[in-house]
Design a protein around this ligand. Sequence first.
Ligand SMILES: Cc1cc2nc3c(=O)[nH]c(=O)nc-3n(C[C@H](O)[C@H](O)[C@H](O)COP(=O)(O)OP(=O)(O)OC[C@H]3O[C@@H](n4cnc5c(N)ncnc54)[C@H](O)[C@@H]3O)c2cc1C
Length: 410
Amino acid sequence: MHTTKTDVVIIGAGPAGSVAAALLAQKGWSVEVVERTHFPRFSIGESLLPQSMTFLEEAGLLDDVDAANFQFKDGAAFHLNGVETSIYFPNKSARGPSTTYQIRREVFDTILAKGAAKKGANVVFGEEVVAFESDDAGATVTVRNEQGGERNIHARFALDASGFGRVLSRLLKLELPSNFPDRRSVFCHVKDNISDDTFDRNKILITINPNNPEIWYWHIPLAEGLSSIGAVGPSDAILAAGATDHERLWSLLGEVPRLTQLLEHATIVRPVNTIAGYACKVSSLVGPNYALLGNAAEFLDPVFSSGVTIALKSASLACDLIDRSLRGESVNWNTEFVDELYVGIETFRACVETWYTGRLQRIIFNRPEQMTDAVRMLTSVLAGYAWDRDNAIVREPQRMLRLLDELSAR
Ligand SMILES: Cc1cc2nc3c(=O)[nH]c(=O)nc-3n(C[C@H](O)[C@H](O)[C@H](O)COP(=O)(O)OP(=O)(O)OC[C@H]3O[C@@H](n4cnc5c(N)ncnc54)[C@H](O)[C@@H]3O)c2cc1C
């Protein structure tokens, strides 16, 4: 089989793969990215967090994103039973960007992939990674094109950024069951036709179902009068809501007067779709000359829009280590990549768990004025600054969230 060589091969051109490719190419390494689909292609994950802007800037991709006229985002609004509150990211405790965007992923992912290519990465579309081997000398991926032809790429290091494709966790049997229950989401895009002035397009709106707090909705305003709408909940509860995904989404939306009113004149522009059982984890994020990034490694839950931020953080950490190790420096992947990445993953895990027990919902709706410092720390985490060790919630997420709940219950 024909074999080509490169310094780093990357599986998948989603946000993790393209940002990693740009970071490595701008450090002078040869990079080949293999992407199964053809761009532009739809993907879920449309509301970014301000922390992700740092990684886009580091990869030299922020100017291209800024130029794309995506919907500005400065926080998150929450709605329950007619009561609305919001988290305003500029009130965060951490330094760094306070605002971000709500994006159409087919546009965003294309910009990142083109940006990586402009920096010198070789990004190939319509080819799928089907086999993988690695040892102390490097890694070899086998790639199949749409005509069935196969070739090998030998690299000094391989990154799996295949997202829900989970290429290496399947091929190397790294998959572990997630601790989270089986949840399902139904979602679509609408031309929203919202004329209500009280609706803040600069924030994602998270609404809790009035009858079942385990069901929640996202309403992500996008540019050009579009909105992404979704409902998330236990799979059985979502499936019980109708016979088709379309029926399920619209009957669940119908249970919330505020959403019914907001979407009164909406017309669907992307049909209702579904995704289920998305939470995942693996037994190891690293092995001989490979590492797993973003969703290929771990996915928690969509509620705090943390997916793309975690994906970009993993790319940033890994590329620094690859650069140093390819230059001959010794690096410790377990402490410098795995342990470090898990600082943020565990912070978000605590938030997600606390959300579904109802405690974080209580904190968000009841937070009293005198909790200013604590609220700024929570705002920071929800803005994506989940690796900031100056933040007590990052250092001790479970204990601090319990404490916040006790304070907000007074
Ligand atoms: C319901 C839901 C809502 C979400 N909402 C948000 C949100 O609002 N904000 C947010 O930040 N995150 C959100 N997420 C998470 C977000 O979708 C992911 O975290 C993010 O897309 C991860 O990026 P990635 O680069 O790791 O993977 P992906 O974006 O999945 O990219 C992986 C790429 O790899 C390619 N690929 C797969 N297999 C192969 C193969 N064998 N060979 C070659 N290429 C391959 C795929 O085609 C794809 O292009 C949501 C997730 C869900 C399930």
